[in-house]
Each structure stands twice: as C-alpha cells, then as structure tokens.
Design a protein around this ligand. Sequence first.
Ligand SMILES: C[S@@+](CC[C@H](N)C(=O)[O-])C[C@H]1O[C@@H](n2cnc3c(N)ncnc32)[C@H](O)[C@@H]1O
Length: 246
Amino acid sequence: MGGDSLQAYDVPERVKTYDIDMDVMHPLRHKMIEIILDIVPFDQEATLKVMDLGVGTGILSARVLKKFPNSKVTAIDGAEAMMDIATERLGPMADRLNWIIADFRQLPAETLVADSYDLVISSYALHHLNAGEKLALLKKVVCALKPGGWFLNADITVAEDESIEQRLQQLRVEGVTSRASASDKRFASVESTRAYLSQMQIAENDQPQTAASDLKIIREAGLPAAEIFWKELNEVVIGGPKPADR
Ligand SMILES: C[S@@+](CC[C@H](N)C(=O)[O-])C[C@H]1O[C@@H](n2cnc3c(N)ncnc32)[C@H](O)[C@@H]1O
C-alpha cells in the first residue's frame, strides 16, 4: 500500500534540502522547465492567468513569472511546508502568486472557474495521482482553461515493458549515486540509493503512468491535439492547447 504524497512533502526537515535533492535525483528538471517556457505560445507582455499544480518550492512558477511579467499564478499545493522556500525564491514576484493549499482531488471551486486560465502548468507532481484521479483532475483543468489556453506538464513516466523499466531504474540509481555528494549516506552506494528511492516512492505514493497512457488521458480530458514534446529515459514534457472553438 502506498503512502500519502501530501504528508510526505509537508515535513520542514525534508523541504530544506528539497531542491538540492531534486538536482541530484532529477537533473533534467531545469531542461524540462526550459522546454515548457519555449512551448508556451503567448506574447511575453501578455496578461496571463496561470495555474501551477503542485507548485512545491516554486521553481516552475518563478520562471513563468519572470518570463511573463504581466502574469499571475494560482499556486496549488497540499503541503504548506513548501511555501516558505517558494516565497523566498520568488522575492518581490511573490505578490503575483496566490497560494491555495488544497489536494488535487478536491480543488476548491473558486480555483476552477470555467474558461479563466491561459496556462496550466505542473512539474513532478501529477505522478502522485492514479490514472482515474489524473483524468478527473484534467477534465476540470480543461474546463477551467480558456479556449486556446494551454496545459503543459513535466513529469516522470514508467516504461511499457518491465525489462525496459528495470534498465531505466538501474540507470537512474547509478546516475543518482554518481551525482550525490560523497558525504550523503543515502546515496553512498548503488544499493543504498536503490533502497532509499524505493522507500521514497512508496512513502510518496508515486504512481507514474506510461507516456502513452498519459497522452491518452490528456487527450481524453479534452485536449485532442496534445503531444509528447520531449522525452528522455523516463521523463517527459507533455500537453497541448484547448481547442479554440470549445
Ligand atoms: C516532487 S514535488 C514537485 C514540486 C515542484 N513542482 C517541482 O518541480 O519541484 C510534488 C509536489 O506536489 C505536491 N502534491 C503531491 N500530491 C498532491 C496532491 N494530491 N494534491 C496537492 N498537492 C500534491 C507535493 O506537496 C509537492 O509539493
């Protein structure tokens, strides 16, 4: 049985090292954020209403707020402990970000006003939902997007084939072990890294889908033009626009 993805992040001790840990565990996160920023088709001066699902310490929202100086972000996260680090990262831009502490599975109605967002973004957060929960959330997100608005998600996936998945996990464990600081006991050896990552995946209730399943879910939610824009090993940038006539 999996753990609780909200409790797992709502721990001040863990949050302190969150971004350093992410750089060790997901070094492609920065590249994936660049890809999201490249894909967003709006004029840089446009007045944009944005929602970030699982804002965490604010890395993606900060980049969006910087690139689009007339944007405002509704930042959703279930873990309040992440908020302080995000606020520090954002500096004066924090005034343009409205925090909503909520579970993706029970978003308050005021965050989901129909046809109200230009852009909905997410990074490394939606794999905490199962396929049914993701579809239910994305249907609401599509309804809340303006016609012509975009949904873009950077996240982890799982391979279709078990032997390929095993190989990808082996590469991941080796990569994390080699990038980690020598003094970090969690990642001192391939064995300790594997044990730590397995325990973390259970505690956080990780439930990544295959890239094909994620694409199907997004299209079924109401974004028929959705695409996988980028994929490397088990990480993807995926999403698309809401049809202009809906
Ligand atoms: C791995 S972090 C990603 C944070 C940030 N987007 C990033 O790229 O670093 C996942 C975030 O999703 C949030 N989260 C996980 N499950 C959630 C849920 N069911 N509802 C709301 N937030 C959730 C966690 O609290 C955490 O801040």
